[in-house]
Design a protein around this ligand. Sequence first.
Ligand SMILES: [Zn+2]
Length: 417
Amino acid sequence: MIKKALTICLIASVLMSFTNTGDSKKPLKKAHRIHQKCLTVDTHCDTPMLMIKPGFSVRDEHKASKSRVDLPRMKSGGLDAMFFAVYTGQKPRNDENYNKTCKLANQMLDSIHAMLNKDSDLATLALKADDLARIEKTGKRAIYIGMENGFPLAKDISRVEEFYKRGVRYITLCHSYHNDICDSSSDGKPAEHNGVSEFGKQVIAEMNRLGIMIDVSHASDKSFFDAVELSKTPIIASHSSVRAIAKNDRNLTDEMIQKLAEKGGVIQICLLDAYLKEPDTTTFQYTEVKRLRKFYRANSDKLNDKEKEALFQEWDGLKAKDLKNMPGVKELVDHIDHVKNLAGIDYVGIGSDFDGGGGLRDCADVSQFPNITLELVRRGYSEKEIRKIWGGNLLRVFREVENQAEKPKSVHHLANN
Ligand SMILES: [Zn+2]
């Protein structure tokens, strides 16, 4: 009875979340039926950065300009599971920054666990691939944890297990600059390790032993190929797109996608505009956004919260004025089509990067995810294929990583440590 009521509720809320595109009722009906039946997983958002701010709660429904992920909008968008990423920016590698960054990562983990305690009526911590199906039946959101940038490991291999015990189930090896684990795709300086470092090899082996997914988003091409070879298990790109469509170092080449698929991994297509469509570099908006990004990267340490918010607002304002050039779900599904045709339907999924730069013209926050399903239906994707894209493929990799871990561990009681 409760389940039936929940299902009706979900259908109603999902129905409301389609953008009116003038479609006939048939694909709309089919899309919302499939969307509500699928187990849906998004592998990347940076919302924990907001959660450490006083007064911010994912229990509240926010506007997309403030945040793109919260529990009410996850529900109305029919999103069952989100990987909350504990993101730390790369800084010079010295003891002071190692300590500060590890502290910040733990602060974000504290805020996720505090939210899960406080909002236990709406969300539950998920630690294993199969937890999702169990949690979905309760009508609550499943919250997985990822870590973006291995910088907080601070050359201390024991920290991999410490973070595992706190719930971390994937680690993005690096971010925008080279770190102790591997070279980054966007550092700008020549390679430091020529791919994965000696410490990085230990980290990958330890992740394999524990059952943590290896995430190669942000890694350089050489780091990617090293990671695929070094890992005993399939790997993921938690938020990257296709370089053959949008030339960007953050995206994977066809050769990389084929290699990833050969090893049974998955590329989670990212909703960040520049990773989906090469920007028109002649516009005023492009030049201004570039200037702001450069300023932010150089000064992010010195800016206070108010200054950062003003900068993000200016950024959003520029993007809003350029809405017609912003990619939408059509461009996103072009990337999905490409992976399907190149490697097969089993190797592609979705990783939004919401609250970290992700957001499309017609999919600006989690509540608009049904628009992606609608576009897949329009292009003739079957229900089975859509299930794979929305989580089936990612969960397959996750299970494989768990199966190959040293031994199954019950860590539920440790997750709040
Ligand atoms: Zn990222």
